[in-house]
Design a protein around this ligand. Sequence first.
Ligand code: BTN
Length: 246
Amino acid sequence: MNFRILYFDTIESTNSEAIKQAKQGVDEGLCVSARQQTAGRGRHGRKWVSEMDTGLYFSIVLRPKVEMRFLPLITLMAGVAVHDTLVGFGLKPDIKWVNDIHVSDKKISGILAETTEAPDGLAVIVGIGINLRSTNFPQEIAGKATSMEEVMGNTFNGGEVLQTLTRYIDYFYGILCSENGGAKIIDEWKQRSTYFSGKAVRAVLENETITGITVGLEANGALRIRTADGGLRIIQAGDIEQLRQI
Ligand code: BTN
């Protein structure tokens, strides 16, 4: 893939800029990176705290030639790429379904994939936030979030992290777009996530809450949960919480 990176000091949201670029018809591989976001956003309309130089704020425009129903696998692919990036810097991350990267049960990175109509079809914007430093976490997330600096005890250069990240995105996106790419990405995800199977979880959906044990992923990346009554529930979207087993 041809990467072209637009660097900003301050921007509202790298995802919004990437969406704007996609609508104008940019090629796949256009990336947007910023030192600070004034309106960084997360999933479910949440805010993504994006103070100057405390995180990596990055988005990439993709034009995947995969069937619509497999689009959720792009998020999984990005999770695998972030996971391996962090491993490359000495961390031991876990991927929490569907797109949170945790270290020691605290969130260190999040991924927000959005779609938009481009002049010649659909574009997928993958936005990635990685916490480099913990200094500016607001109180409500301070106990649940961590950063590369906090985990490793030394500072990290955002540029180097970005370089490694784009390398892994290139590699795993290539796999996703290859023959049987979806199954291969699920297999890569499985090797990196303790959530794949045997995890006691609670899935908080719009209208209900499901508890049970994870039993793998569907072909499109949906999470399978075995409930206490032996039933199987397929979770396409929603927040997952780990249940502490006593
Ligand atoms: C989440 O875990 O809720 C997803 C967070 C995604 C944050 C990133 S930071 C770069 C990109 N631009 C945004 O506005 N959001 C994503």
